[in-house]
Design a binder for this molecule. Structure first.
Ligand code: UDP
Length: 220
């Protein structure tokens, strides 16, 4: 019987971080390692970290009952393009999560997420599609996170924060908590620099850096 085929799309830094999580997740489900590959449109080798690397067309040609891919590319615009492409070809979004991720009460997580080790998502949280939460990041209560949002390692997103689509939050950034009915808002496509301490709203497309975070540029 033909089996499903699973892929980590992107065989560079991000993909090599996601692959072990994907492998472990499939092992927990009793699915053989051989059914897991990288996809890369510019493959650097036939095998990376023990896993075959296929071009996208090869991936589509490989025999499979269904195809799943997690988009392991930090650039959110690229993720979106690949999500559209995959959907058109019947490749299903795949969520890959480390086994020690903590998700508490009433968490809605959109399709295609990549959740790294030690990520914590507490209670009453809405998260959109293709979210990346890298090592040790957390999302506290009552946050609303859009589609294609990216957290680098160690992001501290406190309660009552809204993060719009395509925002990128750099490593170690701290986002101050908002208030019920008056959240702190990080606008669409905004970039928060590493280590920034965000104490007020960030306009769409803006880049902020420092402590307290200040405007570095107003368009991404
Ligand atoms: N990539 C791809 N298709 C795309 C865009 C990117 O296969 O449409 C691959 C690219 O060839 C590279 C990886 O994704 O191997 C992105 O790697 P990069 O080091 O730029 O970023 P990161 O791994 O940190 O996201």
């Amino acid at each position: 019987m033909t089996q499903p085929l699973f892929a980590v799309y992107g065989a560079s830094g991000c993909g090599r971080g996601v692959m072990p999580l994907a492998r472990a997740q499939l092992a927990r489900q009793g699915i053989a390692d051989a059914r897991l590959v990288f996809i890369d449109d510019a493959p650097v080798a036939a095998v990376v970290n023990g896993q075959r690397v296929l071009g996208y067309t090869e991936f589509l040609q490989e025999e499979a009952s269904e195809r799943y891919a997690v988009l392991a590319i930090a650039n959110s615009k690229m993720r979106e393009q690949l999500a559209v492409r995959c959907m058109a070809d019947g490749v299903r979004p795949w969520t890959v999560s480390a086994d020690n991720v903590v998700c508490m009460d009433d968490v809605t997580l959109g399709e295609g997420a990549a959740l790294s080790p030690f990520v914590t998502i507490t209670s009453n949280i809405r998260i959109g599609r293709h979210f990346h939460a890298n090592l040790y990041s957390y999302v506290e209560h009552d946050c609303v996170i859009g589609d294609f949002v990216t957290f680098a390692p160690g992001v501290k997103c406190n309660g009552n924060v809204v993060i719009e689509d395509h925002a990128y939050i750099g490593s170690g950034a701290v986002i101050k908590q908002g208030q019920p009915g008056k959240p702190l808002v990080i606008g669409r496509g905004a970039v928060v620099g590493m280590g920034a301490v965000v104490t007020r709203d960030v306009p769409a497309g803006a880049t902020v850096v420092g402590n307290p975070a200040r405007l570095f540029s107003s368009k991404g």
